[in-house]
Ligand binder design. Structure first.
Ligand code: F3S
Length: 68
């Protein structure tokens, strides 16, 4: 499958606000303490709106949207 959007996760910036998860719990996975899990997230086309909302909701700018 080809993806147009990828979320780059900067785990060192995450402070556990969980706003990303509140916007899109199927896309953003948190650990038991509420911090984002490491690893880039490839976003399916149907999920792009919620993924971008979630990424933009992070007050720490820990989630970078990469569209190629
Ligand atoms: Fe972390 Fe930002 Fe989500 S601080 S839990 S990446 S809203």
């Amino acid at each position: 499958m080809e993806y147009r959007m990828r979320i780059i996760v900067h785990t060192a910036k995450c402070q556990g606000h969980a706003r990303c998860w509140a916007q899109a719990p199927e896309i953003f996975n948190l650990d038991d303490e509420g911090y984002i899990l490491p690893g880039a997230i490839d976003v399916e086309e149907k999920d792009e709106l919620f993924a971008s909302r979630g990424a933009r909701s992070c007050p720490e700018r820990a989630l970078e949207i990469d569209c190629t």
